[in-house]
Design a protein around this ligand. Structure first.
Ligand code: DAH
Length: 447
């Protein structure tokens, strides 16, 4: 969930004026989000269900586990970096609107034009220029340009994804940036420099801002000196390991994995050993210097990282299902108390209600084959109609008829309410509404 798969204050209610699921939305259709009106177009794939999450701000809700994790991380940074008067160096930005431009989410961060994370099947687009941010990294450039050197950005992010106990189309991330200037990095030592001397003479000969350039050299960017990179890497890894220990205890086992993000080089993931498996907790790296230059920062080196709050909260509180973070049930919410952030109780399931499993089989339209079927479109329909009682969807069968050439798919939908027992009759009713929506929107034929 965390990596954007490169390897792989309550807001006003929002109004959805008119929209259509199908991609051929007519020109006069518009969407209103937080008092801004957007024209829909062939990129529009945001659904009313998804729009209803904007402004809920679970990361700011009192006594909510996501808010507790946010406060723990913010406090850790406040404590770890202070100025000479003892004031925190990092500022926190946790109420930024999740509507961003394609430029903010991708281009500014050097995400290549053909990168899969841009696909319509992976993001919620408002139209071809705007989307709901797929990561909080989208705010890096505007915050640096506003003059900040050290900041945390926290908020809801939106991705189209599979449906199971650890994936939800809306989740929360925290991103950080720290810029370090020559004197902060090397003090009075005038022999050491952030940039290679040849870079200063002819910066244009060093990897220009080019959205299709891939960073493959894990050791360092050509413009940086090895000593600047090593010192910054050391600071970054020390601070992040300190954060992991602050959250999970001093005895955790950890490892650093080399990875690739378009906006950092070198890049790493931190994994911790948890319940018998290595679990990725964050992505980080040395910021691409082109990004800093595009903000007018020419004399500093920067580090950045991003992490997902749900994943950390699931581990810290033993929360078994990501849908619980959206529960308004007092049996869930009353278990968390932020009055002592350092004494956290594990979650105790109130009770477990039974699952109902129903299969849905359909023929694809005559000229469509299985490979061109977008499972994420199907998942969105199921979510829109079924809501949070849908626990999981899995593809159980696919088949091409040898004579007619028509393709068929069969999905198993597992229904379970978090707070009560569902009757088979009510599940059947929802299940047939889902089937009806699939007929209307995907033009399939139910078998
Ligand atoms: N944006 C990345 C994601 O969603 C996480 C990330 C990785 C953020 C490296 C960063 C970073 O700021 O430097 O998976």
């Amino acid at each position: 969930m965390l990596a954007i798969r490169f390897l792989r204050s309550v807001s006003p209610p929002l109004k959805c004026v008119r929209r259509s699921y199908k991609t051929n939305v007519s020109a006069q259709n518009t969407l209103e989000i937080r008092n801004n009106v957007y024209q829909t177009d062939e990129w529009t794939n945001i659904t009313p269900k998804i729009l209803s999450y904007i402004g809920l701000n679970k990361h700011l809700q009192k006594n909510h586990p996501l808010s507790i994790i946010r406060q723990r991380i913010v406090n850790y940074f406040y404590r770890s970096y202070t100025n000479s008067r003892g004031n925190p160096l990092f500022s926190v930005h946790d109420k930024i609107c999740p509507v961003v431009t394609v430029q903010q989410n991708f281009d500014n961060l050097l995400v290549p034009a053909d990168h899969p994370s841009r696909a319509k099947s992976d993001c919620y687009y408002i139209n071809k220029h705007y989307l709901l941010r797929a990561h909080t990294t989208a705010h890096q450039i505007e915050l640096i340009k506003s003059g900040l050197d050290n900041f945390l950005a926290v908020g809801d992010v939106y991705r189209r994804d599979e449906i199971d106990s650890t994936h939800y189309p809306v989740f929360h991330q925290l991103d950080a940036v720290r810029l370090i200037s020559q004197d902060k990095l090397f003090g009075n030592n005038l022999d050491l420099h952030i940039f290679e001397s040849s870079y200063k003479v002819n910066p244009s000969s060093f990897s220009p801002i080019n959205s299709s350039s891939k960073c493959i050299d894990q050791s360092k960017q050509p413009c940086h000196t090895l000593e600047a990179v090593k010192l910054t890497e050391h600071e970054l890894k020390t601070i992040l390991l300190g954060l992991a220990k602050d959250l999970f205890g001093n005895n955790i086992e950890h490892r650093w994995i080399d990875t690739y993000f378009p906006f950092t080089q070198p890049s790493w993931e931190l994994e911790i050993y948890y319940k018998g498996n290595w679990m990725e907790v964050l992505g980080c790296g040395i910021m691409r210097h082109e990004i800093l230059e595009s903000c007018g920062v020419t004399n500093s080196i920067g580090y950045a990282f991003g992490l997902g709050l749900e994943r950390l909260a699931m581990v810290l509180f033993d929360i078994p299902d990501i849908r619980l973070f959206w529960s308004n049930d007092t049996g869930f919410l009353h278990q968390f108390n932020e009055s002592n952030l350092y004494k956290l109780n594990k979650y105790k399931p109130v009770s477990v209600y039974p699952q109902c499993k129903n299969d849905l089989s359909f023929w694809l339209p005559e000229n469509q084959d299985i490979d061109s079927f977008s499972a994420n479109d199907f998942y969105d329909i199921v979510r829109n109609v079924g809501g949070d009682i849908v626990e999981q969807i899995s593809l159980v069968d696919k088949f091409k008829h040898p004579k007619t050439g028509k393709s068929s798919l069969c999905f198993r939908i597992v229904y379970r309410h978090m707070e009560r027992t569902l009757t088979q009759a009510e599940v059947n009713e929802i299940h047939s509404k889902i089937a009806q929506s699939c007929v209307e929107q995907l033009e399939v034929t139910i078998r």
